[in-house]
Ligand binder design. Structure first.
Ligand SMILES: C[S@@+](CC[C@H](N)C(=O)[O-])C[C@H]1O[C@@H](n2cnc3c(N)ncnc32)[C@H](O)[C@@H]1O
Length: 342
C-alpha cells in the first residue's frame, strides 16, 4: 500500500473513531460477544434471534463488528475474534466490558468538551456530572450508581490486568500495608490472597470505604481494614511497614504528588517500602495509547491536572522525598510499578 492509501487507512480510524467505540459499546450491551462465546458459528438469522434484533439491525451491527475485527465471518457463519475472546467474554482473562461501560456512561460526553477544557486549562467535562463535589471522585460519591460503574470499570474482577502488581516479590517482606485510595477493596483482597501474611488498611473516601468494608466482611478475613478519610487532609494511619499508591498519584499535579510522597515518607519507619503502581507514558512522551487516554481524561474530567507521567519523573520525586533503592518494572500494557525504600 502506498503512503497516501496508508494515511487514508489511519485517518479513517481517527475520523470515525466514535463509530468504532459505539460499535464496541453496542456489541457489549447487546451481548454479541457473550452470545458468540456460547454459540460459535451462528448465522445472521440465529444471532438476530439470540440478540432480539431485527435481521437488518443485526446485519449492520455485524458489518461494524467485522470491520473492527471484533467478529470474524467464515462461510456465512460468525465467530468471536481472538481479540474479543481475550477481552470481551465472561471467561476473558483480561475483561474490559466494565471499563467500556465506564467510558460510555461517564466519559463519552465530557470528552466532547476537550477543546474547551484545554483552552480553560481545567476539567470542564465535570459539569456534565450531577452534583457539586470538587473533582471527579467527590462528584461520584454523590452519584452511587455512577460510582459503582466507575469502580467496576477501573478495578475489574480479574488478575490478568494487574499481574505486575501482584507478582512484586517485595511484598514478601511486608506485614502491615497501607493501601492509599484503595477503591472498593478488590485489589487489597487479591493481594491478600497472593501474600497471605499481609494485614492491609485501605484509605479512601467514606462512600468507597463502605463498599470496601462490605467486601472485606464477605471475604471473612480479619486482616483487611478500612480507614475512611481524605488523603490530602487526614493523617495516614501509623504502624505500617509499607505504603501503596495504586492508580492514584497520576491524577494529580506534581506539587500534590510530592506532598503525598513526603507524607508517606514521614509515616514509614526506617526501611519501610513504598509501592507505586499505575500507568506511564514513554520516557520521551511520544506515546502510548493508554497514557494518552488517561492524561486527556484527567484534563477533561477527573482533575483538570495530572497525567500518565514518565517513569523518570517518579524517580526524581521519590529521590527528592528521601527514598532510595528505587526499582521499576513496566509491561506491554503500559503499566509500571516502582518500589523504593526509606
Ligand atoms: C482510580 S481509583 C484507584 C483505586 C485503586 N487504588 C485501584 O488501583 O484500582 C482512585 C481512587 O482514589 C480515591 N480518591 C480520590 N481522591 C481521594 C481523596 N482525596 N481521599 C481519599 N481517596 C480519594 C477515589 O475514591 C478512588 O477510589
Amino acid at each position: 500500500m502506498d503512503v497516501q492509501a496508508l494515511n487514508f487507512e489511519k485517518i479513517k480510524r481517527l475520523m470515525l473513531g466514535f463509530t468504532a467505540f459505539q460499535t464496541l459499546v453496542a456489541g457489549c450491551r447487546l451481548g454479541v460477544f457473550t452470545t458468540l462465546a456460547k454459540h460459535p458459528g451462528c448465522d445472521r438469522k440465529e444471532l438476530a434471534a439470540h440478540l432480539e434484533l431485527s435481521e437488518h439491525a443485526t446485519r449492520v451491527l455485524l458489518l461494524g463488528c467485522c470491520t473492527y475485527e471484533l467478529v470474524t465471518k467464515t462461510d456465512g457463519l460468525y465467530y468471536n475474534s481472538s481479540m474479543s475472546e481475550q477481552f470481551l467474554t465472561d471467561e476473558s482473562m483480561f475483561p474490559i466490558i466494565g471499563f467500556t461501560e465506564y467510558c460510555e456512561v461517564v466519559q463519552y460526553k465530557p470528552f466532547q468538551l476537550l477543546t474547551e477544557s484545554l483552552k480553560a486549562d481545567t476539567n470542564l467535562g465535570l459539569q456534565l456530572l450531577p452534583g457539586t463535589g470538587e473533582g471527579l471522585y467527590k462528584r461520584l460519591a454523590e452519584n452511587p450508581e455512577l460510582e459503582r460503574t466507575f469502580q467496576r470499570g477501573m478495578a475489574p474482577n480479574d488478575r490478568g490486568s494487574r499481574q505486575l502488581l501482584f507478582d512484586a516479590k517485595e511484598f514478601a517482606d511486608v506485614h502491615r500495608l497501607l493501601d492509599v485510595a484503595g477503591g472498593p477493596g478488590l485489589i487489597a483482597g487479591l493481594l491478600k490472597e497472593d501474600h497471605p501474611q499481609l494485614e492491609i488498611t485501605l484509605v479512601d473516601l467514606p462512600s468507597v470505604c463502605e463498599e470496601a468494608s462490605a467486601a472485606f466482611a464477605k471475604s471473612g478475613s480479619t486482616d483487611l481494614h478500612v480507614h475512611p478519610g481524605d488523603i490530602f487532609v487526614d493523617d495516614f494511619p501509623t504502624g505500617m511497614d509499607a505504603i501503596m499508591f495504586s492508580h492514584i498519584l497520576e491524577v494529580f499535579a506534581e506539587e500534590k504528588i510530592i506532598f503525598l510522597l513526603e507524607k508517606a515518607f514521614d509515616a514509614l519507619p526506617e526501611g519501610g517500602k513504598i509501592f507505586i503502581y499505575g500507568m506511564a507514558c514513554d520516557d520521551d512522551e511520544s506515546g502510548a495509547d493508554m497514557a494518552a487516554w488517561g492524561s486527556l481524561y484527567f484534563m477533561v474530567l477527573a482533575s483538570g491536572e495530572g497525567m500518565m507521567y514518565p517513569v523518570p519523573d517518579y524517580r526524581r520525586w521519590l529521590t527528592a522525598a528521601g527514598f532510595s533503592d528505587i526499582v521499576e518494572r513496566t509491561n506491554d500494557f503500559e503499566n509500571m510499578i516502582i518500589i523504593a525504600s526509606k
